[in-house]
Ligand binder design. Structure first.
Ligand code: UDP
Ligand code: MG
Length: 325
């Protein structure tokens, strides 16, 4: 097999602080891998500017003019990490044999990409980067992440434990991914569904070099909630179960109090009455909230909105990778 053309896709949202260093480290890596005939000399870096408000796009643009390995894609506005990633993957797909996705802050060990390529050359279509430890994460992030993976596996969703969006996909795996038309793409859950030969490469994750996390706790919770409701109907079944259970219990209580009344032993019953009103009211609200979540999903999917819109300005730049598609 001749050397594969690799594109490394990097979604960037307000990453001016880390980008120069990221660009130079990834360029050196590509240089090194092509010198060792692991990848083709045509391999590129594709930076996707996800509607940044800072100098991210200017940095990408400037670098692309002097570094032929650097290409860029600019989204008109912030489409979110997963959508920015998809924009990059699908743009890179046609002119690459394989594509690696990695975060801009280089928390993931870039030398693991060499391992990814070796696995790809052995014939794997998907290679997952898996973190060995989570000791560089805050206590909150670590425990919530562990809880999330455990919950997802209990709900029957096939996720790769401790794998985020650091992975290699072959061209045909990306073609398969394109067939998933849902608007709400939770890549970690969808990639295992495409069913090609896959394997994992283990690495240690570092701390963010500069800049701030773009996933504060609120966004992380929303991401996890989205992941669960996009992939599992178990929560809604649970609501049904609770509903049936409370019905049975209240029925039994009803019988019990009727018997007491029959023997003339009635209590005034205000406490039990008010508690049950609140209990049932609460249960109903939870149920309605969850049903609403699913209806919201159906609503979003039925609109079939585009997942991202490429800024046409970026097509006119000399670095346009996508022009060659
Ligand atoms: N990101 C993005 N769009 C967003 C949020 C994040 O493209 O709306 C990018 C961000 O620039 C980074 C990656 O997604 O390259 C992961 O974000 P971050 O490193 O902040 O997440 P964390 O590692 O803290 O989970
Ligand atoms: Mg990060």
């Amino acid at each position: 097999m001749s050397e594969p053309i690799l594109t490394i896709v990097v979604p960037c949202f307000n990453e001016e602080e880390v980008l120069p260093d990221t660009m130079s480290q990834l360029s050196i890596l590509l240089e090194d891998m092509s010198a060792r005939y692991l990848v083709s000399k045509k391999s590129k870096l594709l930076f996707v500017d996800d509607g940044s408000k800072d100098r991210t796009w200017q940095i990408i643009h400037k670098e692309s003019l002097k570094n032929e390995r650097v290409t860029g894609l600019k989204l008109t506005q912030n489409a979110g990490h997963q959508n920015a990633l998809l924009a990059g993957l699908f743009t890179a797909k046609n002119m690459s044999d394989c594509v690696v996705s990695i975060d801009a802050d280089l928390q993931d060990d870039i030398s693991a990409i060499i391992g990814f390529i070796e696995k790809f050359r052995e014939g794997f279509d998907v290679v997952y980067g898996v973190r060995q430890k989570r000791d560089t994460d805050s206590f909150l992030k670590r425990t919530t992440a562990e809880g999330f993976y455990t919950l997802m596996s209990k709900l029957g969703v096939d996720l790769i434990y401790n794998h985020a969006d650091f992975r290699l996909m072959s061209q045909r795996a990306l073609q398969a991914l394109e067939q998933f038309e849902e608007v709400n793409m939770f890549l970690r859950g969808i990639v295992p569904l495409i069913g090609f030969r896959s394997t994992s490469v283990y690495y240690d994750r570092k701390e963010r070099q500069a800049g701030e996390t773009k996933y504060p706790f609120k966004k992380m919770l929303a991401f996890a909630f989205d992941g669960i409701t996009s992939f599992s109907v178990t929560p809604i079944r649970f609501v049904l179960f609770v509903g049936v259970l409370s019905f049975v219990i209240s029925f039994l209580f009803g019988c019990y109090f009727s018997i007491l009344k029959f023997f003339g032993n009635t209590a005034t019953g205000w406490t039990s009455l008010i508690t049950s009103i609140w209990l049932i009211g609460g249960l109903q609200l939870i149920a309605i909230g969850l049903i609403g979540e699913y209806i919201g999903k159906i609503y979003k999917e039925s609109k079939r909105r585009p997942k991202y819109i490429v800024d046409m300005d970026s097509y006119s730049l000399p670095m346009s990778l996508h022009l060659k598609n």
